[in-house]
Design a protein. Structure first.
Length: 193
């Protein structure tokens, strides 16, 4: 009898596991759905780079912090905005702050626990960073990159992102050299139905 009850217990646990797993997958399917709101915060590290045309010469290193708010307008496209705070450690201690209010993430899949996405966002930025590439304190910022979103059945998910961050005055003053930086971000995201 002991072996029969052990067998029943094992079968019950396996069935419960399949039931819970199936339920989790079904819930994950509509996590990335039109009308869902997203909230999150991301942080990371960035370093300047020369994209081939040789304009960015200064060695710029910073830590990044981005609170984010968005909404899915389709099952794949999330429109969102984010705040920008950079703390520079090179070439000197400085800060930047601003808002990137017009952006989007396009997710490849919406029915899996993880999905790659492409991101693009633009906005305004104030900085006291004193380098030759920036000849004013108010500038524009443009971001584009690729990321990976992990969407659990419940609770917060994670994002991992590699992006290019461009700061320049868009030709409104001086020589408009600008700064280009590669940035690595990780963050936590909540998807609210």
């Amino acid at each position: 009898m002991a072996s029969l009850s052990s067998y029943r217990l094992i079968v019950a646990m396996v069935c419960l596991g399949f039931f819970m797993n199936g339920r989790g997958i079904a819930e994950a399917e509509d996590r990335l759905a039109s009308g869902n709101w997203t909230r999150g915060v991301a942080g990371g590290w960035g370093h300047s780079w020369t994209p081939g045309y040789g304009k960015t010469k200064s060695d710029v290193v910073f830590s990044a912090f981005h609170p984010q708010l968005g909404r899915f307008v389709t099952d794949h496209l999330e429109l969102y905005g984010e705040g920008t705070l950079f703390l520079y450690s090179q070439p000197s201690v400085a800060i930047s702050g601003g808002v990137a209010g017009l952006g989007g993430r396009y997710h490849l899949w919406n029915d899996r626990a993880w999905t790659p996405y492409a991101v693009a966002i633009a906005g305004l930025l104030w900085t006291n960073l004193d380098i030759p590439e920036l000849d004013r304190v108010f500038n524009f910022q443009l971001v584009y990159g690729l990321g990976l979103r992990l969407v659990p059945p419940r609770g917060p998910g994670w994002i991992f992102e590699l992006r290019t961050h461009h700061i320049s005055n868009a030709g409104t003053a001086g020589r408009n050299l600008g700064v280009n930086a590669a940035t690595i971000l990780t963050g936590v995201q909540w998807i609210l139905r």
